[in-house]
Design a protein around this ligand. Structure first.
Ligand SMILES: NC(=O)c1ccc[n+]([C@@H]2O[C@H](COP(=O)([O-])OP(=O)(O)OC[C@H]3O[C@@H](n4cnc5c(N)ncnc54)[C@H](OP(=O)(O)O)[C@@H]3O)[C@@H](O)[C@H]2O)c1
Length: 285
């Protein structure tokens, strides 16, 4: 890759940022399509979010990904925000188009494409979603539009109730809320077709943990764990052992990244290049 005065710059802001895979994935994608773009990671402390977003205009950066803990804070400094990002109060992608900043959230579409790519049908199905944090909110909104029924369970029940109310209001669909207690999981899982873990339970270094007791898993279930480090979580291993269809968090990671890539470049993302480089890196760490 040769960086010149014409090279367009994209990046990711967050804190911490050292472990992000985004530069690896996006630079491989730019190179594969021979695009004159480069992608960098910027560690931005909360006190500097406004300056960082304004700096995007000043330095004419083409695009930014936004990760923890800035996904809501950046919304104060953008010119336009996509409706679904507004509803879930979370932006993970910013496009700079002639100095106007547009905010999007690609987590929901990333999850939806990962499920569809793995042959999981949503129409007429019931989904049980664990978690009510940033990623869970975006996923809940996108999946609830497609599926018949949704239940949201979270450690902090108030958060799940808030999300359920928000979805009921914006989508006119019944959404059940509850806790992560095994009894609540059991009750909601028995008539569900799809289980999505959007909590951070099971993420490295706590890779031996799972939010779901293995005995509750069964073969006629599709299970997606959005945690991608480790590549195969404890929940994914348990689901596989129960004979369930398993969708990896890496698939969602690639599809949400691909959606950002397409927003910035206007080109179809090289999905397989992105997946290969992400897996290669994750298997090393
Ligand atoms: N595959 C992908 O593309 C992708 C994209 C985004 C995020 N992720 C992964 O998804 C996970 C969540 O990310 P996020 O951005 O949504 O984070 P977040 O906003 O901080 O939300 C964290 C969620 O996990 C729950 N949680 C945390 N620790 C828990 C524990 N010990 N027991 C039970 N619940 C717990 C939180 O519950 P409370 O509300 O009770 O705190 C909340 O629902 C992370 O592992 C992240 O790496 C993957």
């Amino acid at each position: 890759m040769i960086v010149t005065g014409k090279t367009r710059v994209c990046g990711v802001i967050g804190d911490p940022i050292e472990h992000t895979l985004s530069p690896i994935i996006h630079n491989a994608a730019f190179e594969a399509l021979n695009l004159d773009y480069v992608f960098l990671a910027f560690k931005v402390k909360s006190a500097w979010v406004e300056a960082a977003v304004n700096g995007m205009r000043a330095l004419n950066l083409r695009g930014l990904n936004v990760t923890m803990p800035h996904k809501s804070a950046v919304m104060n400094y953008l010119d336009r925000i996509d409706l679904s990002a507004q509803i879930v109060n979370s932006v993970n992608t910013i496009l700079n188009k002639e100095n106007l900043l547009f905010g999007f959230n690609t987590d929901g579409i990333g999850a939806l494409k990962a499920l569809k790519e793995n042959g999981v049908e949503l129409k007429g199905r019931k989904i049980l979603l664990l978690g009510a944090g940033g990623a869970a909110r975006a996923i809940a909104y996108t999946l609830a539009k497609e599926a018949d029924e949704l239940a949201v369970l979270n450690r902090t029940v108030k958060q799940a109730e808030g999300l359920a109310k928000l979805l009921e209001k914006s989508l006119s669909k019944k959404v059940v809320a509850g806790s992560l207690k095994p009894s609540d999981i059991q009750r909601n899982l028995q008539d569900s077709d799809i289980l999505v873990n959007a909590t951070s339970v099971g993420m490295s270094p706590n890779a031996e943990e799972s939010p779901v007791p293995p005995k509750l898993l069964r073969s006629n279930l599709a299970v997606m764990d959005i945690v991608y480090n480790p590549v195969e979580t404890k929940l994914a291993q348990d689901a596989k052992a129960a004979g369930a269809k398993v969708v990896s968090g890496v698939d969602m990671l690639i599809h949400q990244g691909a959606a950002s890539f397409e927003i910035w470049t206007g080109k179809s993302a090289p999905i397989e290049v992105m997946r290969k480089v992400a897996l290669k890196h994750l298997q090393k760490v």
